[in-house]
Design a protein around this ligand. Structure first.
Ligand SMILES: NC(=O)c1ccc[n+]([C@@H]2O[C@H](COP(=O)([O-])OP(=O)(O)OC[C@H]3O[C@@H](n4cnc5c(N)ncnc54)[C@H](OP(=O)(O)O)[C@@H]3O)[C@@H](O)[C@H]2O)c1
Length: 256
């Protein structure tokens, strides 16, 4: 497939790396040429959006404030391209006012870089008929979760920003391990495998987390002691407020 990507920053370059590995022919556009250097041998590179040739699919990966200027300059296509936007807060309706393409909006998270991301996705009405094509294109990124476009800020709060929260939580737990005398490597291994194993068990069993939590909490044992401490310190409230504050910020950014 001929795939264009406009904006080779954090997200655009990850998407480019993944699509090159899949054997797509890439057309990469970035304002400043320095970010295109590493792709010069393996992709077609341009610093001007107006130079974009005919492509089958086009990713838009610029900051929201740059999106209108870029969209105005995208050359029209003879065919309806698959148009995938990562731009936070820029609606499908706004995008389709500039381009005559089949538009989807995605909210990826950073583990897409190893093919283990989760992507919130919303399709325009026209693009709903081409879900198979979009899914095939995005499959190497990780799992797709379709949501109504109005819920994308909630996806931003939960899974878009989620890796940042997860890293802070893991770092705190590793520090606790260090305080108890474990080495950094040992503590990190214990925590990573605990997160991975717990998440996989939850997914495989398909049970409510409270049910599994109950199974590992024996009377007068260590786990109930820790859970009592968590509840006293209000961990659930802290985590929920974190997500609500992030959601509010995602909504604010949408309105700028
Ligand atoms: N980072 C994430 O984890 C993440 C996750 C989900 C969604 N998003 C969304 O994805 C979008 C991109 O985020 P990012 O973190 O990748 O931003 P970024 O690192 O700032 O990348 C944006 C790129 O767009 C380029 N650009 C801006 N205007 C251009 C123009 N007129 N022509 C060509 N290139 C232009 C910039 O080039 P110069 O540097 O040369 O100016 C920059 O390399 C944002 O809307 C963000 O909200 C990001």
């Amino acid at each position: 497939m001929r795939v264009g990507i406009i904006g080779i920053g954090n997200i655009g370059s990850i998407i480019a790396d993944l699509l090159i590995k899949q054997g797509h022919e890439l057309f990469l556009i970035n304002r400043h040429a320095n970010k295109l250097k590493k792709f010069e041998e393996i992709a077609n590179t341009y610093s001007d959006v107006e130079k974009l040739p005919e492509v089958d699919a086009l990713f838009l990966c610029v900051k929201p404030q740059d999106a209108p200027g870029v969209l105005k300059k995208i050359p029209r296509s003879k065919f309806r391209r698959l148009f995938v936007s990562t731009v936070t807060g820029f609606t499908i309706e706004e995008i389709t006012s500039y381009v005559n393409d089949d538009v989807t909006r995605i909210m990826p998270n950073i583990p897409i870089s190893i093919g283990k991301g989760v992507i919130g996705i919303s399709y325009s009405k026209e693009c709903s008929k081409r879900k198979d094509e979009v899914q095939k294109l995005l499959m190497p990124f990780g799992k797709l979760v379709e949501v109504d476009e109005s819920l994308l800020p909630a996806v931003t709060a939960l899974s878009g920003s989620g890796p940042a929260f997860t890293f802070v939580i893991i770092e705190s737990l590793v520090d606790a391990g260090l305080k108890l005398g474990l080495s950094y490597e040992t503590a990190m291994k214990l925590i990573i495998e605990t997160f991975r194993g717990s998440a996989e068990l939850l997914e495989r069993e398909g049970k409510h987390p409270g049910e599994l939590r109950h199974l590992v909490t024996s009377p007068a044992g260590t786990s109930i002691e820790g859970i009592y401490s968590l509840e006293q310190q209000g961990l659930r409230g802290i985590l929920m407020k974190t997500i609500f504050d992030t959601y509010k910020r995602a909504i604010e950014l949408q309105e700028i």
